[in-house]
Design a protein around this ligand. Structure first.
Ligand SMILES: Cc1cc2nc3c(=O)[nH]c(=O)nc-3n(C[C@H](O)[C@H](O)[C@H](O)COP(=O)(O)OP(=O)(O)OC[C@H]3O[C@@H](n4cnc5c(N)ncnc54)[C@H](O)[C@@H]3O)c2cc1C
Length: 500
C-alpha cells in the first residue's frame, strides 16, 4: 500500500478529472446515482482505507487523515464526501471499536480489496428524532444463536447499494415487548432479506440513493457489535464521533464556496465596477472566509482530540456544537454563493444551486440542529448546577470550551441564567454557545500559526453573530402560535367595495 500523502495527491487528481466541468454546467450532476466506472475509479484509490487501522491493511485510521480525505472529496463533490463519511463514521469506525475480530478482518479485507461499502439504518418512518423508540425488533434463536431482525427502515444513505448494513433494533422478549436498549448488528447483503419498497426522489444529493427498506434478516451471533456498556452508549459514541468529523465534509465544501465566490465576484462587472468592490459583497465574502476558518479550527480540534480509540459518548457538547454550527455555515455559504452568482446560480447543474440543495439536509440528519442546540444549553445548565453557578459568564470563563472566547462577551453574558426558560430560548442560547465554542477552537488555531488575518476576521464575524443572538435571547417577546388563524384573516375581505 502507498503512503497516505501519495494517496491523497492521486485521489485529488483523480477526483478533479472525474468532476471536471461541474463548475459551470454539467449534465452529469442532474443524473441520480453515480456511473459504475466513476465509482470504481474513485474506490480503486482506496479512500476508505483512511478509516481502517494499519493492522487490517488501512492507512492507520488516523483522524486527521480521515478528515483530509473527506475534505478532498467535498471540494469536488459534497455527495461524494457524504458517501465516504457514511462509510467511515457510520460503518467502518464503529466496526473498528466494537466488532468481533474475525468479522472485522473479513469486512475490512472486502472494503479494501473489493470496493465494498456499508451504511447505517436507524431511522424509521414513525421514529426519526425519537430513534430510541424504534420498532425494529430482534430475537435470538437459543439453539443456533442466530438473530432474527424485523422492521421497516427509511432514509438510510446507500439504500439498495450498500454491501453491508449496520442494523439497529430492540430486543423482543417472549411476551412480545421491546426492551429499552438498542443493539447493533452487521448484515451482509449477500444473505438477502432487505427489500427496497420505494426509492425516494431526494431533493439533492443525487449521487446517493435513499428509500424505504423492509427488513427481515438473519444475522449470525458473531455479527452483533459488543458494546462496552449499554447499546445506547455505543450509539452515542457512534453519533458523537460522526458529528465531530462533520468538519471534514464541511472543509472542502466551504473552501470551494469561498473560492467560487471570490473568483466570480472578481470577474463579474455590474454598475461600472467589479462585484467584489461593493461593500455588501465584501461582507458576504468575509463571512464565507470566516466559515472556512472556523471549519479549519474544528478540523484541528477533532484531529487532535478524537483518536479512533477514544470513546466519545461523553463528548456531547463538543459534538453537538461542531455539527450544528458547521452545517448551518455550510447552508449559509451555499445560499450566499447563490445570491452572489445571481440567476446563473439558480440552476440544479450550477455549483451554487446544487450546493444549496445538497447541504440542506446536513442540518436535519444525525440530529436535527434545533434539537442539538437545545441539548447544548441543557448540558451547560446541568454543569452550572453541578458547580453551583448561576451567572453565565462566571461559569463560561472557567469552562474549558469557552475559557478564552467568553472574555469577548463579558458584558452580554454577565447575568443570572433563568434555568426554567422556554424551549426556543434554550435553542437560541445553544446557538450562541455553539458559536462561542467554535470561537475558542478558532483562537486556539490562531496560536498554532494559522493565517492571522483570517483568524481576526473570523473572530470579528463570530463576535457580531453571537452578540446578535444574545440580544434576541434577552428579548422577552414570545410570539405564540395563533390557533384561530383562519378567522378574520383575509386582507381582501377588509378592502371595502368602494376601494376596489
Ligand atoms: C439526506 C438524508 C440522509 C439521511 N441519512 C440517514 C442514514 O444514513 N441513516 C439513517 O438511519 N437515517 C438517515 N436519515 C434520517 C435522519 O436521521 C432523520 O430524518 C432525522 O433523524 C429526523 O427524523 P425525521 O425525519 O423523522 O424528523 P422528525 O423526527 O419528525 O423531526 C422533524 C423536525 O421536527 C422538529 N422536532 C422534532 N423533535 C423536536 C423536539 N423535541 N423539539 C423541537 N423540535 C423538534 C425539528 O425541527 C425536526 O427537524 C437521513 C435523512 C436525510 C434527509
Amino acid at each position: 500500500m502507498i503512503d497516505f500523502e501519495s494517496f491523497l495527491k492521486e485521489y485529488k487528481e483523480r477526483l478533479s478529472k472525474i468532476f471536471a466541468g461541474e463548475n459551470e454546467t454539467n449534465k452529469e450532476s442532474l443524473k441520480r446515482g453515480i456511473a459504475d466506472n466513476s465509482l470504481s475509479e474513485i474506490l480503486n484509490t482506496n479512500p476508505l482505507a483512511a478509516f481502517i487501522p494499519s493492522r487490517y491493511g488501512g492507512f492507520g485510521g488516523n483522524t486527521a487523515e480521515a478528515l483530509a480525505m473527506l475534505e478532498a472529496s467535498s471540494y469536488e463533490s459534497l455527495p461524494l464526501s457524504l458517501m465516504m463519511g457514511i462509510n467511515g463514521a457510520l460503518f467502518l469506525q464503529p466496526i473498528a471499536n466494537y466488532a468481533d475480530e474475525d468479522v472485522k478482518r473479513s469486512i475490512y479485507d472486502r472494503v479494501i480489496n473489493a470496493n465494498k461499502m456499508g451504511g447505517l439504518m436507524i431511522t424509521e418512518p414513525d421514529f426519526g428524532s425519537e430513534a430510541l423508540k424504534m420498532q425494529t425488533s430482534f430475537s435470538q434463536d437459543p439453539d443456533t444463536g442466530i438473530y432474527k431482525i424485523e422492521g421497516l427502515k427509511h432514509w438510510a444513505g446507500l439504500t439498495g447499494m450498500a454491501d453491508y448494513w449496520l442494523m439497529t433494533a430492540r430486543e423482543k422478549n417472549s411476551r412480545g415487548e421491546l426492551g429499552r436498549d438498542i443493539s447493533f448488528f452487521i448484515h451482509d447483503t449477500r444473505n438477502g432479506g432487505i427489500e427496497v419498497e420505494e426509492y425516494y426522489n431526494n431533493l439533492g444529493l443525487y449521487m446517493l440513493p435513499y428509500g424505504k427498506n423492509r427488513v427481515n434478516i438473519e444475522v449470525p451471533a458473531d455479527h452483533k457489535l459488543e458494546p462496552k456498556g449499554t447499546g445506547i452508549t455505543l450509539m452515542l459514541d457512534l453519533l458523537h464521533r460522526s458529528r465531530l468529523q462533520f468538519p471534514g465534509m464541511g472543509m472542502g465544501f466551504l473552501k470551494r464556496m469561498m473560492e467560487e465566490a471570490v473568483t466570480h465576484c472578481k470577474q463579474r462587472f455590474v454598475g461600472g465596477q467589479n462585484l467584489i468592490d461593493y461593500d455588501q459583497v465584501k461582507a458576504r465574502v468575509s463571512r464565507l472566509q470566516s466559515y472556512f476558518t472556523v471549519c479549519s479550527a474544528m478540523c484541528n480540534f477533532t484531529s487532535t482530540n478524537v483518536p479512533l480509540e477514544r470513546n466519545t459518548a461523553k463528548m456531547d457538547v463538543e459534538a453537538n456544537a461542531i455539527k450544528s454550527v458547521i452545517t448551518d455555515y455550510m447552508q449559509r455559504a451555499s445560499q450566499s454563493l447563490l445570491q452572489l452568482t445571481g440567476a446563473k446560480g439558480y440552476r440544479l447543474d450550477h455549483i451554487a444551486g446544487r450546493s444549496t440543495v445538497d447541504s440542506r439536509p446536513f442540518q436535519i440528519f444525525e440530529g436535527s440542529n434545533d434539537i442539538l442546540y437545545q441539548q447544548i444549553s441543557e448540558s451547560v445548565i446541568k454543569m452550572m448546577r453541578k458547580f453551583k453557578h448561576s451567572n453565565l459568564y462566571e461559569f463560561l470563563k472557567d469552562y474549558n470550551l469557552t475559557e478564552r472566547s467568553s472574555e469577548y462577551f463579558k458584558d452580554v453574558l454577565n447575568f443570572e441564567l433563568d434555568v426554567k426558560m422556554p424551549q426556543r430560548k434554550l435553542v437560541e442560547l445553544g446557538k450562541a454557545l455553539g458559536r462561542m465554542i467554535s470561537m475558542e477552537f478558532t483562537l486556539n488555531l490562531g496560536d498554532q500559526g494559522f493565517n492571522t488575518e483570517l483568524i481576526q476576521n473570523a473572530v470579528k464575524n463570530l463576535q457580531e453573530e453571537i452578540q446578535l443572538i444574545m440580544k434576541s435571547y434577552r428579548s422577552s417577546l414570545a410570539p405564540d402560535v395563533v390557533s384561530d388563524y383562519q378567522m378574520e384573516s383575509s386582507w381582501f375581505n377588509l378592502v371595502t367595495v368602494d376601494a376596489r
